[in-house]
Design a protein around this ligand. Structure first.
Ligand SMILES: Nc1ncnc2c1ncn2[C@@H]1O[C@H](COP(=O)(O)OP(=O)(O)OP(=O)(O)O)[C@@H](O)[C@H]1O
Ligand SMILES: [Mg+2]
Length: 340
């Protein structure tokens, strides 16, 4: 995996919103890679910038949002330089999206057959209608819906089925990256898990990559290979999923882990993270998490924090780990060194 080139490489991405009170930097210098076939999750409190990142990666951001810095490389090509035509093929053939409001992505007055054919014929000029319907039938089968249901309208399907239909449409042109922003939040937990299991099985079969966003950290840990934790527009930790729960480094990640019930084992008292999310119009000097951090010290109020690799494959942006970072040859007793 390490010798492979990333499929997606987000480099120092900055996204601002133009507001009446001035420009708000909603995403600040965010960098991460997604490898071919990898499931990468983004987690963090409401308003931390996850959807802004997802919209930017799909190049679906619209005013008042604008990308104020950085680059988004898809197989080495910067998608921010794509013209309209290149963008159209990127959006369906390379990166496809499923958002929370997926139910609204279906047109209520068109039978599903028309909706599949619209996508397939628009992007495959040589395809006949007969071939498009055949392909639509195959797509329905892979999400476990009987092909005869192509004749039905969206309202004739349950919520879970509609979500699977949206996933099937998103997969119509065999994308290499599926972007899923809270794709199942409106569904009950059993249906959520079933749908994600289906998506995972499809990923195994077709080897696409996934950028996955959900508020459900246990679901995220279960489905992702690696997770990036965002706080107030910045990535504060990137680690293999298991390490996010079992060996988190950043105090914020630790707080997030403590606010979720464990999947297995005895019941524990859940602790939230004290304080409220940062107002992006009043960003302090130094670390953005300083006002809520139990481990805050003077440097946190003076110096910006940057992501650095602290353990193999695990990066965090936190001054607690500066000793380990600056003297990489020293044996790292992180918990002791950091006093955590
Ligand atoms: N249209 C807009 N105008 C101004 N600010 C916006 C706009 N849309 C989003 N923002 C701000 O950008 C920041 C990031 O929002 P975003 O929707 O990306 O967060 P999120 O992590 O996806 O949150 P959630 O978990 O609630 O979906 C927030 O502070 C939000 O207030
Ligand atoms: Mg969101």
């Amino acid at each position: 995996m390490t010798s492979q080139q990333p499929l997606l490489s987000v480099r120092q991405l900055c996204v601002d919103y133009i507001t009446e009170s001035g420009d708000v930097r909603a995403v600040n210098s965010v960098s991460f890679d997604i490898m071919p076939g990898e499931v990468f999750g983004l987690a963090g409190e409401s308003g931390c910038g996850k959807s802004t990142v997802a919209f930017s990666v799909a190049r679906l951001h619209k005013p008042p949002a604008y990308i104020s810095g950085g680059e988004i490389l898809f197989k080495g090509e910067n998608i921010l330089h794509f013209d309209d035509e290149r963008l159209r093929s990127y959006r369906w053939r390379q990166a496809s999206v499923v958002f929370q409001s997926a139910m609204n992505a279906l047109n209520p007055v068109l039978r599903m057959e028309e909706q599949f054919c619209d996508v397939l014929l628009a992007h495959n000029p040589g395809l006949t209608r007969y071939e498009a319907i055949k392909r639509a039938q195959e797509l329905l089968e892979i999400v476990d819906i009987h092909p005869s249901r192509l004749k039905d309208y969206p309202h004739q399907f349950s919520g879970g089925m509609r979500q699977r239909l949206v996933i099937a449409i998103a997969m119509a042109l065999n994308p290499e990256l599926l972007i899923m922003d809270e794709p199942t939040t409106a569904l009950d937990v059993v249906v959520q898990r079933e749908i994600l299991q289906k998506v995972y099985a499809l990923k195994e079969k077709f080897n696409f990559s996934i950028l996955f966003i959900t508020h459900d950290l246990s679901l995220m840990v279960e489905f992702c290979d690696r997770i990036g934790i965002m706080y107030a527009g910045e990535l504060v930790e990137v680690a293999p999923s298991k390490s996010i729960l079992t060996a988190p480094l950043h105090p914020y990640t630790r707080g997030l882990g403590n606010s979720f019930p464990p999947l297995h084992g005895p019941k524990t008292v859940l602790e939230g993270i004290p304080g409220t999310p940062l107002n992006l119009l009043e960003v302090p000097v130094g670390c953005r998490f300083q006002a809520r951090c139990a481990k805050v010290h003077s440097r946190c109020r003076q110096e910006y924090t940057r992501l650095a690799e602290i353990r193999p494959g695990q990066q965090t942006a936190c001054h607690l780990y500066e000793v380990a970072e600056q003297q990489p040859d020293l044996p790292i007793y992180l918990d002791k060194a950091a006093g955590c």
